[in-house]
Write a new protein. Sequence first.
Length: 307
Amino acid sequence: MSGRSSVRAIAELDPKFKEMKTLLIATDLSANAAQVAGYAYRLAQSLKAKLLLCYAINIPAEIPQDGTTAWPLQVYDDIDRETEIELERLKTRLTALDGPEAYKPEITCVHEPGFVTDVLNDLSVRHHADLIIIGMHGNDRLGTWLTGNHSSKMIGTAVCPLLLIPAGAEFKPLKRIAFGSDFKQPGTDLKALRKLEVLAEAFNAELVLTHVDQGKDDPEYSLIVKATLTELMRKLNHGKASAKMVKSEHIANGLEWLVRHGHIDLLAMDHHQHGFFDQLIHGSRTQQAAIRIPVPLLVFNINENEN
């Protein structure tokens, strides 16, 4: 990648904003769900967005396994009613967080049977969601309802940006948002940054464009990265942006250092094959990174559909 081709790739993108009007919360109705939903509610208040409370029901009839029999229709009806009741209770708790004078986001409760990833993506398309929000449990990372390879599937197939909330995270106004990348695909980075600007503008937050130098970069590539960072910041509509080069042998350690010492409130990355986030997904420190970093992680999928 040359510096000239990087600039050309950036210039060819249509510089437009996209408001975040609908946030989809994927809940498992666990104890952690209220905390995650509370974070999403506060975020929706700041963005003046609507909320979609979503629960995916795993039914054996829909997900056949060896030795598993289909549930009787009455059992499904009972689960359906109980789920609806629990979602309405969660909705009531959210609307009671503030007094009557506070902005109250519109909340819609939805529950459907099927695979978690399929249900979330289908509902996101149907309801024109701009963001999917899920919680990470302290013990099993992404929660009991998002086990096995569901997390990687969700990251790889999400039709809109995915926000992962760590266990115990309390909402606070965003002051510094870090965007981590190797900046080898500046066009893709700018596409993600355009959406990230929506959050930055809403909170008047600083965008920190971050590259982790693992000590393998040759001098020419380092110059290209610096030139790309400068050009990206010039292309941004948001006025508060800076660049940060972090030296670390491991990307995960570099990002953790940045979050803890750089006072970062939100970490964002785009996901594409052989890219910055892809190295985390397939690296030995991947799951550790997601759990150790104490702030929400926002992932942009390069293949996501435009709503």
